[in-house]
Write a new protein. Structure first.
Length: 111
């Protein structure tokens, strides 16, 4: 059980990091998720029935992932906060100002 929890946390952290670094412009806001689904449906040439099934599958995935993460979200947030504090301490005052602005922009970005 602990191994699975550890794997979930590590996987979540790696996924989060990869998302931020490799695909910064990835669509993540609800409206953007809709645009991503629209693009996917169009490129795959999905029928109306297939599109409805796709939406159902992706909605269920989102709900299940949210339910899985909810119990450990405080620990994930604590890990992220600790890393931010450590990063901030290693920066110069000028770099800290830029880093703080980057954090504000990420927090205000639609989710």
């Amino acid at each position: 059980m602990m191994f699975l929890l550890g794997a979930l946390i590590v996987g979540g952290a790696l996924g989060f990091a990869a998302d931020r670094v490799a695909v910064r412009d990835r669509l993540s806001a609800p409206a953007d998720r809709r645009a991503l689904r629209d693009r996917m449906a169009e490129e795959l040439g999905l029928s109306v029935a297939q599109r409805a099934a796709l939406d159902t599958i992706l909605d269920e995935r989102h709900e299940r992932l949210t339910a899985l993460i909810q119990p450990i979200k405080p620990q994930l947030d604590a890990v992220k906060d600790t890393a931010r504090q450590r990063i901030r301490r290693m920066l110069t005052a000028e770099q800290q100002a830029v880093f703080d602005e980057m954090q504000r922009q990420m927090q205000s970005a639609p989710k």
